[in-house]
Design a protein around this ligand. Structure first.
Ligand code: 5GP
Length: 211
C-alpha cells in the first residue's frame, strides 16, 4: 500500500492526568509519531529547556507570530499565550508521521474546525480522587494551587464530549498501548481516506466503461 500522509492527533486532559507521560512513551516506543513543540509566553520551570518542552518567547514575538500566520492554533490559558507552530506540523505530516499536539480545549476546538480530519483524544485518570492524589503526590504545588487545578478540572470535564475518544489512564503502559491502537484504528475512518475513496471510485468507473 502507498504511504499515507500522517494525521493530526490532539491530546488534552486534566493537569495531573498523566498525558505527558503517555505522549513521551508513545514517541519513544513507535517511530511513526512526532510530538509538536509549542510556543508559549509563560516562564520556563526549573527543569524545562527552551526548544525541548516549549519555545519560550515574549508576548510581542507571540503576537507577531499570530499576525504572520505562523501558528495553526493558539489560546490564552492562565494569562499566558500558547500556540502550535505550523511549519513543523506540516513537514512531519508530509513525511507520513502522525503528529501529536498536547494542547488545551480552546486550541483543540480550533484544530477540529480547521482540520476536520484531526483526531481528538481526552486523557483522564480513573477517578477524581486519583487525580487529587496525583496532584498532591507531585509535592510541588501548594494546597491552594491543587484546589484551583481541581476546580479547573471540573470545568474542563464539561468539554469532554467534544472529543472523539477518552483514554482512562489507570496504568501508563496500558494507556499508551490503547492510545496507539485508537489512533491507528481511527486512521481507517472514511473521512481520513478521501484520496483512496476517490481513487477506487475512479478505477471502478474506468473499468466499468471498458467493459
Ligand atoms: P503548562 O503551562 O502546564 O505546560 O500547560 C498549560 C496548558 O496549556 C496545558 O493544558 C497544555 O496542554 C496547554 N498547551 C500547551 N501547549 C499548547 C499549545 O500550543 N496550544 C494550546 N492551545 N494549548 C497548549
Amino acid at each position: 500500500m502507498t504511504e499515507r500522509r500522517g494525521i493530526l492527533v490532539v491530546v488534552s486532559g486534566f493537569a495531573g492526568a498523566g498525558k505527558g507521560t503517555i505522549m513521551k512513551k508513545l514517541v519513544s516506543e513507535y517511530d511513526r509519531y512526532a510530538l509538536s513543540i509549542s510556543m508559549t509566553t509563560r516562564s520556563p520551570r526549573p527543569e524545562e529547556v527552551d526548544g525541548r518542552e516549549y519555545f519560550f518567547i515574549s508576548k510581542e514575538q507571540f503576537e507577531q507570530n499570530i499576525k504572520d500566520g505562523l501558528l495553526i492554533e493558539h489560546a490564552l490559558y492562565c494569562d499566558n499565550y500558547y500556540g502550535t507552530p505550523r511549519r513543523y506540523v506540516e513537514q512531519q505530516l508530509d513525511a507520513g508521521k502522525d503528529v501529536i499536539l498536547e494542547i488545551e480545549i480552546q486550541g483543540a476546538l480550533q484544530i477540529k474546525k480547521r482540520f476536520p480530519e484531526a483526531l481528538l483524544l481526552f486523557v483522564t485518570p480513573p477517578s477524581a480522587e486519583e487525580l487529587q492524589r496525583r496532584l498532591i503526590g507531585r509535592g510541588t504545588e501548594t494546597p491552594e494551587v491543587i484546589a484551583k487545578r481541581m476546580r479547573r478540572a471540573g470545568e474542563e470535564s464539561e468539554g469532554i464530549e467534544q472529543y472523539d475518544y477518552i483514554v482512562i489512564n489507570d496504568d501508563a503502559d496500558r494507556a499508551t498501548e490503547e492510545t496507539h491502537r485508537i489512533i491507528q484504528c481511527a486512521k481507517n475512518a472514511p473521512l481520513r481516506n478521501n484520496d483512496f475513496i476517490n481513487l477506487i471510485r475512479n478505477q471502478l468507473k474506468a473499468l466499468a466503461k471498458g467493459e
